[in-house]
Design a protein around this ligand. Structure first.
Ligand code: IPM
Ligand code: MN
Length: 396
């Protein structure tokens, strides 16, 4: 029986509200499954910064690094909460962790559950098309256009000053110029692309369907992307059993909206992945449904893709499913990482509970066309999990 140390960073605004619901569900697994969880909550984010002048308490980065098997994050970002250098306050707690813990693969599944309307064609997918949208976007998470911001946030998290890159002039440009370098490295690309092939392999087993891996870049124009694609081609030779395809990001966005059922696993450089994943969320009912896992070789962090939505904060109306699905990803990756079949089973139980809740088409939040509250949804999914865990484990 395993005990996992889970560090919880609720963050700002609705991040705190959806995290409460994830905690309800986690508590059910703690009580009714063979797993147990040792939970530490740490306040953080833009609101915390406005109150205290710090993004999180001192020592928080080290706690996440040294004393956590998994980290759960709500959402970061609050209006007017800016650092003196102009960056958003709270960056340490998300970008600092992504970079400082080397969480190089940002996994963003896009799955349309039964009972949810596809937000492009407006149909329930089970009626419209027997093939369900079920793909995973893998966003490179430590370099590319985010590189300098990631680095400054990670340096701040360990209390060091960043040494920014300097450039003297931009030939052909005059006056004030702001720029963000976009370095793409061989080692950074190799590890995330290899992760993509391994995930395609694993999903070929779990989905009982051969998975294709698609490389998305802009290698017709950009040197960094040329390197990324070259490495994709090299690594694909090691995986002859995985079918591959390649696309430029501009055409890919069209393909993603038009034929999402053709896609399985997709790997993209950082900023393209950021943009494509918000777009892809409309295929699964919106950002209220979009979960993510930030995975590195030694650490992992799970968070909904959505932000802190200050406009809705305090109203108790946002959809907690993206956060609860992020918890499901935590079980899945605890299972993979620790070879823990109980954690894998818990991941399936939670996924089935979410699916059962949604297919009843009751207790939906406003984004899914209903008027249920955030806690109604958390309660419903917790109750389904409890029944299922009792029937699963009570005679064992
Ligand atoms: C995301 C978010 C973050 C990002 C923000 C909050 C820094 O948009 O996780 O996609 O840009 O990566
Ligand atoms: Mn984003």
């Amino acid at each position: 029986m395993s005990t996992y140390r889970v560090t919880v960073l609720p963050g700002d605004g609705t991040g705190k509200e959806v995290m409460l619901e994830s905690m309800k569900v986690l508590d059910i697994f703690h009580k009714f499954s063979p797993l147990s969880f040792d939970i530490t909550q740490i306040p953080c984010g833009g609101e915390y910064y406005l109150d205290t002048g710090e993004e999180w308490p001192k020592g928080s980065f080290e706690f996440c690094r040294d004393q956590s098997d998994a980290i759960l994050l709500g959402a970061i970002g609050w209006p007017n909460a800016k650092l003196p250098n102009g960056d958003n306050a709270g960056g340490q707690c998300i970008l600092g962790l992504r970079s400082g813990l080397d969480l190089y693969a940002n996994i963003r599944p896009v799955k349309l559950y039964k009972g949810i309307r596809h937000k492009v064609h407006g149909q329930f997918n089970d009626i419209w098309n027997p093939k369900l949208v079920d793909l995973v976007l893998i966003r490179e998470n430590t370099e590319g256009l985010y590189h300098s911001l990631l680095r400054r946030s990670a340096q701040a998290a360990i209390g060091k000053k960043d040494s920014p890159m300097e450039i003297k002039n931009f030939p052909g440009l005059e006056g004030e110029v702001a720029w963000d370098p976009r370095p793409i490295s061989r080692s950074g690309s190799e590890r995330v692309i290899r992760f993509g092939f391994e995930l395609a392999k694993r999903r070929s087993d779990t989905h009982r369907k051969k998975q294709k891996l698609t490389c998305v870049d802009k290698s017709n124009v950009l040197r960094g992307c040329r390197l990324f694609r070259k490495i994709f081609d090299e690594i694909s030779e090691e995986y002859p059993e995985i079918e591959t395809s390649k696309a430029f990001i501009d055409a890919f966005t069209m393909w993603l909206v038009r034929d999402p059922e053709d896609l399985d696993v997709v790997v993209l450089p950082n900023m393209f992945g950021d943009i494509a994943t918000d777009l892809a969320s409309v295929l699964q009912g919106g950002l209220g449904m979009a979960a993510s896992a930030n995975i590195g070789d030694n650490h992992m962090l799970f968070e909904p893709v959505h932000g802190s939505s200050p406009k809705y904060a305090g109203k108790g109306v946002v959809n907690p499913i993206a956060a609860i699905s992020s918890l499901q990803l935590m079980f899945e990756y605890l299972g993979v990482r620790n070879n823990d079949s109980i954690a894998t089973q818990c991941s399936t139980i939670l996924d089935t509970a979410i699916s059962t809740h949604l297919s009843s088409r009751k207790l939906m939040t406003y984004d899914l066309g209903g008027n249920a509250s955030t806690s109604d949804v958390g309660d419903s999914i917790s109750q389904i999990c409890k029944e299922s865990l009792i029937s699963h484990y009570s005679n064992e």
